[in-house]
Design a protein around this ligand. Sequence first.
Ligand SMILES: N[C@@H](CCC(=O)N[C@@H](CS)C(=O)NCC(=O)O)C(=O)O
Length: 284
Amino acid sequence: MSDANQNGDSQKKSYHKKATGLALQTAEKHSRDHDLKLYGSCFCPFVQRVWISLELKQLPYQYIEVDPYKKPKSLLDVNPRGLVPALRHGDWGCYESTVLMEYVRLPAAALRGLKPMLTRFKLEDLQEGEPLLPPDAKTRAHSRLWSDHINRHIIPSFYRYLQEQDTEKQVTFAGELKDQIAKIASDADPNGPFFLGSSMSFVDVQMAPWVIRMEKVLKPYRGWPSAEKGSRWAKWVSAIEEHHAVKATTSDDGLYLDSYERYAENRPDTSQLAKAINSGRGLP
Ligand SMILES: N[C@@H](CCC(=O)N[C@@H](CS)C(=O)NCC(=O)O)C(=O)O
């Protein structure tokens, strides 16, 4: 049976429903029942943001693969909008990748409610490592400002470029995406390799899934060029691509090529996001 977004043609590629490669290994490692549950879809970049955050913080959690277009009740119970990612923590749930990334930062107060976790981990273990959002208020505001830039400019430019069928307009949208990237790269720590310096933090995780998809989706479908050798952007891209938490949540190339064919052909009924882009609305 073909999916709605195969546009009636079962020969067309569709989105994958199971991770592959290292992401599959990570999903299997986290398949056991746990109080902290991530409802995700293997191809989804918004999910990957939260998944990277969980891996980065080495938190115990359960990964549950769901089909966001079929919207099972378990997903709707947490997110009435029916989008992934959604996070359930005991009898509480929440959604929206940026919001969830802040939650995964898990302040000590929230951890106190996590009984099963505390039996396996000491509280101080969980607080180890760099926080995703820096402790200094001004640097935190700086991170949130650029997180807003990613959500408001970089991501919409990415999809406008990918969904556009007219080759001249594709050139325009590629230029827009490059400009938006240049803006954020010019405000990154000059030495890097990450946005704030030597370690991965909030802004890097927000960007990472699209950096991965620039190489695995925009390059094959639109001829997106590799970052210019020696540039600050190239340094950032390779630090993101080489990071263990990014690798652990990334599937093999074929999964992305197949899952994004519907976007590259701008098929009707692809997703809420694709519709929003086509009608000039903001992201769902
Ligand atoms: N603003 C949301 C966007 C999430 C989103 O669009 N997720 C897609 C998968 S990548 C989805 O669930 N789509 C279901 C649909 O289009 O009905 C977030 O940041 O979490």
